[in-house]
Design a protein around this ligand. Sequence first.
Ligand code: MN
Ligand code: MN
Length: 461
Amino acid sequence: MTNDELRNALLNAPKNGYADLTDAQRAEMEEYCKRYAAFMDACKTEREATAWTVAAAKKHGFTELKPGMSVKSGDKVYFNNRGKSVLLAVVGSESLAAGANICAAHVDSPRMDLKPNPLYEDSEIAYCKTHYYGGIKKYQWTAIPLALHGVICLKDGTAVNVTIGEDDSDPVLMVSDLLPHLAADQMKKTLAEGIAGEQLNVIVGTEPLSGEGSELVKLHIMKLLNEKYGMVEADFRCAELVIVPAGKCREVGLDRSLLGAYGHDDRVCAYAEIEPLLTMETPKHTAVCILADKEEIGSVGISGMQSQAFEYFMGMLCDSQGVNLQQCFANSFCLSADVSNAYDPNWPETCDRRNNSLLNYGVSICKYTGSRGKGGASDASAEAMNHVRTTFENAGVRWQIATLGKVDQGGGGTVAAYMANRNIVTVDAGVPVLSMHAPIELVSKLDCYMTMLACKAIYLA
Ligand code: MN
Ligand code: MN
């Protein structure tokens, strides 16, 4: 054998996904990304993603799963977990005793939540105070257009949905930053300290009501909110109002190969899970799609992946077949579909390039996450990795390996550990992202498309 022949036979040579993308695949990829962009424009919070998914599921013949319901092969069911998280299943031809094929993504993203008493006036400017949610670089959230999304529960029990800042005719909101002329002290601070959490105060107005009185700018804002939503100031305490970047998902690059949007992490994997499930024929194993909340703050709480809501859902399915839930879990597989960091040549010192995911190299499989010696990681076994490799390659899915940065550089986690703790074999995989957790994140269309094919392959494995 020549060295070239040996090299081809023995060495691993990852290739850019465009190298063998067919014209038909390219057309499919473009169409898929258009639908994904529309989903992103409609869904900027876990509530919006849940509502969108439930509506889409109903349209595709899914029915709400209820205790005691009899469920048979081919049935399509969903469970809306209090409007903030959603679980879907297409019941397989095999018994649930043989396990389910699960894809688990999250639909919450880093942002700024309004505090329970947000509205105040200072120097005749009305502001809302916020408490950031998830891991953000606070300085990135100043001087950019922001939108207000969420829900307000009025005293009479009505829940009012709020979206301000997304329609072209809407106003947007903003957090101010200091002019460079006066920033001598600020510029000496670290990036972490340059903008403090308590400075993330969102400007909501400046025009005072006419007449006498104090805090007339604040009163004016409250009057506008009352006219539009029927709310009074006390209702802020029973609301979930969040501040997210305003604007739509856009193509990025002169070649339009990237998509820029708020919250690709992790709605890019969420959509990749939803779309193939909606139109799926009866699979062999029951296919389960999880869209979880609260991943960005540790998967805690009733709508996070540590919640028993998952057992409740799977328990209802298992009960309908007289199957033991633990047996179902023991034979199940979960793809923890979450994003990875794409290699960024601007910061080569943070990553091990040989083990980092690259843009356009396909869905990235992450054997382990964690930090400081894999702490907190669900470290997938060789067997589990091989199952995913075989499944992807048999389905023509381009994939690559991901690790989250250099050893001891930092780290992170996903829902993988919480799935594996349930005795479910779990592997992390997802879309590589540039500028993760920034107000606008970047992903490649090719990687989005491959991740959708990856989820589809897992459901059908
Ligand atoms: Mn994520
Ligand atoms: Mn994240």
